[in-house]
Design a protein around this ligand. Structure first.
Ligand code: ZN
Length: 260
C-alpha cells in the first residue's frame, strides 16, 4: 500500500474493470476464491459477471435450489449493497485515506457529499471492525515515560456494510503518543461507567503509564492512580510531550466514528 497515490491508482488499478477487481481481490477487499458447498469444489471466477465479478460452479445446472450456483465476489464485503461501481468506491477509499474534505472528494470523484458521508462512515466502521477482530494478543500499550490518550466515541448506523454490527455502540480508544499502536474496545453492555471502563483501561494499558484523558470521571482516575498510572490534568502537558500535537485517540476516533 506504500504506492497508494492518485497517479498509481489511476495508472495501475483503475485502467480497466478487470484490473480494479484483481487489485481489490489481492487487497482482500473482494473474495478471490469461493468453494461450492454442494460439490465441494472451487467455483470459477468471471470478472465480467455483475459489477464486481462473480463465481459460478461449473456444475451449476445440477444445483439444488438451496445451494447458490453463483456468488458475487462482493459477497459479505463493504461492496455488497453498493450502488456505486468499484472504481468509484476505490476512489472514495483513496480520498478518505488522504483525509480529503467532502468538497475535494466531490471534485475528484463526482460523488455527492451525502453519499460520501455514508461511505466514509462505512469505511471507518469496517476498518474498526477488522481491527476489533484482530487485536487479541497485541499486549499492552504504554509503560513508564509513555503517554496514552484515552477517548470514546459512539458508532453510527451502518448503511452499506452487513455482518457483525456495532451500531450505536460506545467504543473506548487508547493510543500511545507518538505511536500508531492503539487499542479499541466496544464497551460491554454499552455502558460507560467507571466500573466498565476501568478494567478495560487496566487490561490494555501498562502500569506506570501517564494517561491523558479528557472524558474519564474521577472514580476511574482514582482507580488508575492506584494502578500506578499518572494522570495529566486537562490542559497541561507533561515534560517533552505536548498533548495537542499528538496523534491522539480523540482525533483517531473522530476519523473512525460518526461525530456529526
Ligand atoms: Zn456446485
Amino acid at each position: 500500500m506504500s504506492a497508494w497515490s492518485r497517479t498509481w491508482l489511476e495508472q495501475r488499478v483503475l485502467r480497466t474493470k478487470e484490473e480494479a477487481i484483481a487489485w481489490a481481490q489481492s487487497a482482500g477487499l473482494l473474495l478471490s476464491s469461493v468453494q461450492c458447498r454442494q460439490h465441494r469444489a472451487p467455483m470459477v471466477f468471471y470478472p465480467n459477471r455483475g459489477p464486481f465479478g462473480s463465481f459460478r460452479c461449473p456444475k451449476h445446472a445440477k444445483h439444488r435450489s438451496s445451494e447458490p450456483s453463483e456468488v458475487s465476489a462482493a459477497s459479505g464485503s463493504i461492496f455488497e449493497d453498493s450502488k456505486l461501481p468499484l472504481d468509484k468506491v476505490l476512489r472514495l477509499m483513496f480520498e478518505w485515506s488522504c483525509d480529503a474534505s467532502y468538497e475535494v472528494t466531490h471534485r475528484e470523484t463526482g460523488v455527492s457529499s451525502r453519499t460520501t458521508a455514508d461511505w466514509y462512515r462505512a469505511i471507518r466502521e469496517s476498518i474498526t471492525m477488522a481491527f476489533l477482530q484482530d487485536q487479541d494478543d497485541r499486549g499492552k500499550i504504554g509503560g513508564p515515560g509513555c503517554v496514552v490518550q484515552v477517548d470514546e466515541a459512539k458508532f453510527g448506523r451502518r448503511k452499506y456494510h452487513r455482518g457483525r454490527t456495532i451500531e450505536g455502540h460506545w467504543v473506548l480508544g487508547m493510543i500511545q503518543d507518538g505511536s500508531q499502536d492503539l487499542r479499541l474496545v466496544v464497551c460491554p453492555g454499552n455502558s460507560r461507567t467507571s466500573k466498565t471502563l476501568t478494567p478495560i483501561i487496566v487490561d490494555h494499558v501498562a502500569d506506570d503509564t501517564t494517561m491523558g484523558m479528557s472524558i474519564i470521571g474521577s472514580t476511574i482516575k482514582r482507580t488508575l492512580l492506584i494502578q500506578g498510572m499518572v494522570l495529566i490534568p486537562k490542559g497541561s502537558s507533561p515534560v517533552g510531550v505536548r498533548r495537542e500535537s499528538s496523534s491522539g485517540t480523540g482525533e483517531y476516533l473522530k476519523k473512525i466514528s460518526q461525530t456529526t
